[in-house]
Design a binder for this molecule. Structure first.
Ligand code: ADP
Ligand code: MG
Length: 225
């Protein structure tokens, strides 16, 4: 069984007329250490797929297996614990908390299970070093540039060593130089951590950095050779 297996995933929304079908029979699998990009025009279902992989939304049909489990068989709060433990997210917006320091922001995933442990603090500091922000750990997000804030978001996503790292247009708000840097960083850290990385992007440059390339057309996923 693959580390991430997606089988015949479908998602539709009820409307007054025909249901709106957003994802159609999406199937693929990933192993740890693999990276993939997903491209497709606006409205094609990219974010919906990422939200389902992230267990933030539920599929209408089909199966997802991650870390040997069917997450959708779990009830809250077990599902929230599963998500926190196994999945890291980087969004287009950084979603950092303005009142917390950079270091505290990276430690947010550790707060779900109580106070951060000394090992978790050490890991947060180490990750901030790897994203080039060792000198900025006590700063607030408002004191950082957009590119730096996104680096903090990357460190936060990796704190608990997730098996699966999901990024939805992570460079969408950045200039080209920062976009390239964040793309490299995501790939480097994903490789070092042997996580699976799924990146939704409009950037051909970022897409080309991933080992495998997928596209979505009208809810159907296909792999580019
Ligand atoms: P993308 O990220 O590729 O731009 P999305 O996954 O955000 O596309 O959206 C795909 C389609 O699903 C769009 O037509 C959108 O309007 C529709 N959609 C997304 N969320 C909902 C919802 N909660 N209810 C109804 N339709 C939705
Ligand atoms: Mg989207």
């Amino acid at each position: 069984m693959a580390d991430l297996a997606v089988q015949n995933l479908g998602k539709s929304y009820p409307t007054r007329a025909e249901p709106l079908v957003v994802l159609r029979e999406v199937s693929f699998s990933l192993e740890r250490g693999e990276s993939v990009s997903i491209v497709g025009r606006s409205g094609s279902g990219k974010s919906t797929l990422l939200q389902i992989l992230g267990t933030l939304d539920t599929p209408t049909t089909g199966l997802v297996r991650l870390a040997g489990q069917d997450p959708f068989a779990l009830a809250e709060p077990d599902l929230a614990a599963f998500r926190n433990r196994h999945i890291g997210f980087v969004f287009q917006e950084h979603h950092l908390l303005p009142q917390l320091s950079v270091l505290e922001n990276v430690l947010i995933p550790a707060l779900a299970t109580g106070r951060p442990t000394p090992e978790q603090r050490q890991r947060a500091e180490e990750l901030l070093g790897r994203v080039g922000l060792s000198q900025r750990t006590a700063h607030r997000p408002a004191e950082l540039s957009g590119g730096e804030r996104q680096r903090v978001a990357v460190a936060r996503a990796l704190l608990l060593k997730p098996a699966l790292l999901l990024a939805d247009e992570p460079t969408g708000n950045l200039d080209r130089a920062n976009a390239v840097a964040i793309g490299r960083l995501l790939r480097e850290l994903q490789q070092a951590e042997q996580a699976m990385l799924v990146v939704v992007t409009h950037s051909d440059e970022l897409a080309a950095e991933m080992q495998r390339r997928f596209r979505i057309d009208d809810g159907r996923l296909s792999e580019s050779p």
